[in-house]
Write a protein that binds this ligand. Structure first.
Ligand code: GRF
Length: 200
């Protein structure tokens, strides 16, 4: 059984979409081993508790990044996690964390990277005037929103779009993309050549 560890800080809709995909058999042979939030009362962690999943709050407040990441790695190891999925986790990951899970940490970002990394990607896309945006699932490396791309899905920007409308349509695609990317990575049927995810 593949064991996922989900890290989140807020709403948790991507986490719920992953949980629903697993329940629907779309990510075979996989379970959510643990959900961790750095924020108490995050709706995502409350939803995890309601679903009866292992749910932990590990607050970053008052800890150095190294201390906080060490506590998270310990928790992930205790739950024998194979693949870590950042799902609206609003913290940078240290290299020590990445060394504990080499090529085993995924993130989802609401733009077609490398365009518009960082916060408010949908607003950045609107302000720039792009006509196509979307979402990207990528491996996490030391740099923000930068690692090898596993999967992207595009979304047209419509003339009347505001940040809310565009974010909503991108989010629908995120919910499809993340589960599909997790399935692809867990299948093991790929190699990474330079920066390219290549299916075997
Ligand atoms: C998503 O837009 C995701 O791409 C970004 O943060 C947001 C998290 O939303 N990294 P949710 O908590 O999964 O609903």
């Amino acid at each position: 059984m593949n064991r996922l560890g989900i890290l989140l800080s807020g709403r948790g809709s991507n986490f719920l979409a992953i949980a629903d995909s697993i329940a629907a058999g779309k990510i075979p042979n996989t379970e959510i081993a643990v959900v961790i939030s750095n924020k108490p009362y995050a709706p995502g962690i409350e939803a995890a508790e309601k679903r009866g999943l292992n749910a932990h709050v590990i607050q970053s407040k008052g800890l150095s990044r190294a201390e906080h990441d060490a506590a998270i790695v310990t928790c992930l190891r205790e739950h024998r996690v194979d693949l870590v999925c950042l799902a609206g986790y609003m913290r940078l990951i240290s290299s020590t964390f990445l060394e504990a899970f080499p090529n085993r940490v995924l993130n989802i970002h609401p733009s077609l990277l490398p365009a518009f990394p960082g916060l408010d990607a949908q607003r950045q896309a609107l302000e720039y005037g792009v006509q196509i945006s979307g979402c990207t699932v990528h491996f996490v490396d030391e740099n923000l929103d930068h690692g090898v791309i596993v999967l992207q899905r595009s979304v047209s920007v419509l003339p009347d779009d505001d940040e809310h409308n565009l974010s909503t349509r991108i989010l629908e695609q995120e919910h499809i993309a993340y589960s599909e990317a997790i399935r692809m990575v867990l299948s093991g049927e790929y190699e990474i050549r330079e920066r390219r995810y290549v299916k075997n």
